[in-house]
Design a binder for this molecule. Structure first.
Ligand code: OSB
Ligand code: MG
Length: 369
């Protein structure tokens, strides 16, 4: 593949509902959409999941813009590549900046699959034709409103419910949900809001029949999570702490978690996501695909990744309509009975809705050889 041109579009999309975490509330999402065009005029598409503030990882829309423009795109335009795995090799000397790397690597994977005339799912080695999905609910406005949301997503068949928790809104909050929904497949995500000092408090979660607790402790920690997992029956799932194969190896060695949430952006791309998946499979660590409130292109990449066999738990990849009035792909991602049908068309398998892209566009830059 020789890239001829890369177009970076900055889009701004308003979400249907604000998404509230312990760090604040977002309703307007700005992100970069990457179009990589090859020597034959074919396009591959990628989406950057970095947000406007570095509260989840250190990256932001602006840092990814800088990396892509000054460093990553020039490295790709320089000379041809045979396979998308070579993208991460070419980027390997650049420390971190995983979301920037993943955004353009995703576009190359899409382009590669289209050139091979296979779906991205098959190009990655995935075999499933449908994937099971869950939903991640932000901190609620009120309990009655939350119960209503749960009822409505249950009707759509979502197979796993994730609730954000924070100190002061945790054990009693989850217990209130459990009392109303005794059989709900549910879990909690703390986004690093606790420390080991809270372990006595967190042990109360063991009575609530949670599928797991996601990232209770420090965003870079591996060691304290191992200590906490010894004290907790509820499986720990790591999110923020996992950026690389080494992080996974350390977590497995120490027993820091039983489950890993793989996000393509956080680990630097699909090639690394697949390697992490393979290592987890080897060690019996279950994985699922985490979400970053993606628009359609990022969502399509998540669907393709989830077709790999060790993605045994429902992920965050909900339908387009859970977030957007109108998504940037056609058809939109739809959920039926809690599953998404994996598209079979070449590449990401969804067409770009160019009218929608135009409507959301706030900036566009073109890079050529
Ligand atoms: O911690 O998994 C997280 C969204 C943005 C940043 C971090 C997280 C999340 C979510 C939402 O939980 C997942 C989604 O619905 O896309
Ligand atoms: Mg999380």
């Amino acid at each position: 593949i020789q890239l001829n041109k890369v177009i970076i579009r900055k889009l701004e999309m308003k979400m249907k509902h604000p998404f509230k975490t312990s760090y604040g509330s977002t309703q307007t999402k700005q992100f970069l959409l990457i179009e990589a065009i090859d020597q034959d005029g074919r396009s591959g598409w990628g989406e950057s999941v970095a947000m406007d503030l570095p509260w989840y990882t250190e990256e932001t829309v602006k840092t990814t813009e800088y990396l892509l423009e000054d460093v990553l795109i020039p490295l790709l335009l320089k000379s041809p590549i045979d396979h998308p795995d070579q993208v991460s090799e070419r980027f390997a000397f650049i420390r971190r900046n995983n979301m920037a790397k993943a955004s353009v690597e995703g576009a190359i994977w899409d382009l590669y699959a289209k050139r091979q005339d296979v779906s991205l799912a098959r190009a990655l080695g995935g075999k499933k034709s449908t994937i099971d999905v869950g939903i991640s609910l932000g901190l609620p406005e009120s309990m009655p409103q939350l119960f209503e949301q749960i009822e409505s997503y249950l009707r759509e068949g979502y197979k796993r419910f994730k609730f954000k928790i924070k100190p002061g809104q945790d054990v009693a909050f989850l217990r209130a949900i459990r009392e109303v929904f005794p059989d709900l497949p549910m879990m909690a995500d703390a986004n690093s809001a606790y420390t080991l000092k809270d372990s006595e408090h967190l042990k109360q979660l063991d009575d609530l029949d949670l599928m797991m607790i996601e990232q209770p402790l420090g965003h870079e920690d591996i060691l304290d999570h191992a200590e906490l997992q010894k004290q907790l029956q509820t499986p720990i799932c790591l999110d923020e702490s996992i950026h690389s194969l080494d992080d996974v190896r350390h977590a497995i060695r120490l027993g820091s978690c039983q489950i890993i949430n793989i996000k393509i952006g956080r680990v630097g791309g699909l090639t690394m996501a697949k390697r992490i998946h393979d290592l987890c499979a080897k060690h019996g660590i279950e994985v699922w695909c985490g979400g970053m409130l993606e628009a359609g292109v990022g969502r399509a990449h998540n669907i393709a990744l989830t077709t790999l066999s060790q993605f045994t738990l429902p992920g965050d990849t909900a339908g387009s309509s859970r977030y957007w009035f109108e998504d940037i792909i056609q058809p939109e991602v739809t959920v039926k009975k809690g599953t998404i049908e994996v598209p079979t068309a070449p590449g990401i398998g969804y067409a770009i809705n160019h009218d929608a892209v135009k409507r959301y566009l706030i900036d566009e830059k073109v890079y050529t050889m």
